[in-house]
Design a protein around this ligand. Structure first.
Ligand code: HEM
Ligand SMILES: *[C@@H]1O[C@H](CO)[C@@H](O)[C@H](O)[C@H]1NC(C)=O
Ligand SMILES: *[C@@H]1O[C@H](CO)[C@@H](O)[C@H](O)[C@H]1NC(C)=O
Length: 489
């Protein structure tokens, strides 16, 4: 009995010696990690946010945490974010590999592709394609306006009553991405599609919860039949569905006359490359899933936050409407160019994005040994840039803690964008859909504000601005009162 206890004790000691976590020299400070588990026991794995806040208070603007044996560096504030993502962009623009969300994609696609030629080629391709070159006759603007027309029709039906904005904006954001990718809107009654969305939601829940954390921090558990297996299974099924959709496009396409993103990619596949190319159909399938995932909750959560604040501040809503009426007088549709004549509305939209901080953190990985704010950071360290902190940083904003469009207006009432406005992040990994997202936010908000007045339901109590955290931040569910505006169109 005593003998076996001694053996266990020796075993534990050996474990600690062999798996001891040695902090690299001059590494940012942080809570002390234990072998194998790192700081797992100091984190509430269902919602580590409160713990991060505590660490930041204790250790300062740059601190470290161990996820299992892997170190992560978390930093706050514009100065650190700029030094890492802009000044030292080549060192800080990787993505963590060998974790659940990159493993399901096998390093392909774009969001979780590591910093390298394959990511670069695919990113360049998407940026060019999204900028309207060779995307058929319809411009991006027309696609968005077309979808906005459906939103208007839906709201007209509810005028005088209330709507739940959640599904409405979610479907609109989804449709716009699909219009870009496949040239069609989605049919939400379609059974395949319903399953597709169910699988996405389910996988997200598992990947972002404790099981995702366990997969990432304790590699020995990966072969066990645990819920993260489901995430892989869902992903492969989704890939198959996408594969079928691509096949349909192949059957109807005319090479060299692309109708949409998928056609553009297929044209790219037809080209002969002397020195090889990273373009292949498996990439395309994952790319499609990536673009869909990246553009969905981000856009719809931002819209929901915007309408929440616009309802809570009716005088701000009204001032936008006056400006919109004056600029669009007699015109059938808004165009993205009109933003230059709408400084106030532009300021309001940006202020909504600032208070929404829809993507609170950017996850990167160092691609070589480097330094940040005087600390040494080795290759393959997780990097978590706290973007939300920059959006409300004291000294960067006139009114960091309140909803105030004056944050984006100079003394002459002109629109001005402070350097700390980084909701899309910054550097080589900056949001690939920024142009599309900004166009969507502007055209949808302007079109809806022109036609409708939105008000907070009297029986709903006070508006609650407390955000709900996740990979993307969203407002609490709410109902939106809507009425047709009188004299205006
Ligand atoms: C309001 C809406 C949006 C916000 C706030 C937003 C924000 C962001 C942020 C913060 C990142 C991470 C950047 C980094 O790692 O440093 C990102 C990446 C990305 N976003 Fe967006 N995004 C939005 C809409 C969209 C849309 C509509 C698309 C679809 C076309 C999109 C596609 C992407 C992609 C593909 C990436 C990964 C880029 C890469 O790793 O190279 N986003 N976005
Ligand atoms: C980012 O900064 C905000 C505000 O400074 C803080 O509340 C939040 O906990 C930080 N998040 C992380 C992951 O450090
Ligand atoms: C306004 O946009 C809608 C939807 O795209 C389109 O059908 C209509 O032709 C546009 N009108 C004008 C005058 O551009």
């Amino acid at each position: 009995m005593l003998g076996s206890l001694v053996l266990v004790w020796i075993f534990i000691c050996l474990l600690f010696i062999f798996f001891r976590i040695q902090r690299p020299k001059n590494f940012p400070p942080g809570p002390r990690p234990v072998p194998i588990f790192g700081n797992l026991f100091q984190l509430n794995i269902a919602n580590p946010l409160k713990d991060f806040e505590r660490f930041a208070e204790r250790y300062g603007n740059v601190y470290s945490v161990y996820f299992g044996g892997r170190p992560a560096v978390i930093f706050t504030g514009l100065k650190a974010v700029k030094e890492a993502l802009v000044t030292k962009a080549a060192d800080f623009s990787g993505r963590p590999q060998n974790i659940l969300i990159s493993d399901i994609r096998e390093g392909k696609g774009v969001i979780f592709a590591d910093y390298g030629p394959q990511w670069k080629e695919h990113r360049r391709f998407a940026l060019t394609t999204l900028r309207n070159f060779g995307m058929g006759k319809q411009s991006m603007e027309d696609r968005i306006l077309g979808e906005t027309k459906h939103l208007v029709a839906r709201l007209e039906k509810s005028a005088g009553g209330f709507v739940n904005p959640q599904t409405m904006f979610h479907e609109a954001a989804s449709n716009i991405i699909y219009l870009v990718l496949f040239g069609t809107r989605l049919d939400y009654e379609d059974a395949t599609l319903k399953e597709y969305f169910q699988r996405l939601t389910e996988s997200f829940k598992i990947a972002n919860g404790p099981w995702g954390m366990i997969y990432d921090t304790l590699p020995i558990t990966r072969t066990l039949p645990l819920p993260f297996k489901k995430v892989f299974k869902n992903y492969y099924t989704t890939e198959k569905v996408i594969g079928n959709m691509i096949s349909k496009q192949k059957a109807s396409r005319v090479p060299g006359k692309p109708r949409h993103f998928v056609d553009c990619y297929l044209d790219e596949l037809d080209k002969v490359w002397d020195d090889g190319s990273s373009f292949e159909e498996g990439q395309l399938r994952r790319y499609i899933i990536d673009l869909h995932v990246a553009g969905l909750d981000t856009t719809s959560n931002t819209l929901r936050t915007a309408f929440l604040y616009l309802m809570a501040h009716p005088h701000i809503q009204e001032r936008c409407q006056q400006e919109i009426d004056a600029v669009l007088e007699g015109k059938a549709n808004a165009s993205f160019e009109d933003r230059h004549n709408m400084p106030y509305t532009q300021a309001v939209i940006h202020e909504c994005q600032r208070v929404a901080y829809t993507v609170p953190t950017a996850f990167h990985c160092t691609s070589r040994d480097t330094e940040l704010m005087g600390y040494s950071i080795p290759k393959e360290t997780f990097i978590i840039a706290n973007l939300s902190s920059v959006l409300s940083e004291e000294d960067q904003w006139k009114f960091p803690r309140e909803f105030n469009p004056a944050n984006f207006l100079n003394e002459h009432g002109q629109f001005e964008k402070p350097e700390a406005f980084l909701p899309f992040s910054v550097g080589p990994r900056v949001c690939l859909g920024e142009g599309l997202a900004r166009m969507e936010l502007f055209l949808i908000l302007v079109t809806l504000l022109r036609r409708f007045q939105f008000f907070w339901p009297e029986d709903a109590g006070e508006p609650d601005f407390t955000p709900v955290y996740g990979i993307t931040v969203r407002p609490k569910p709410y109902r939106m009162g809507v009425r047709l505006r009188g004299a205006a169109r």
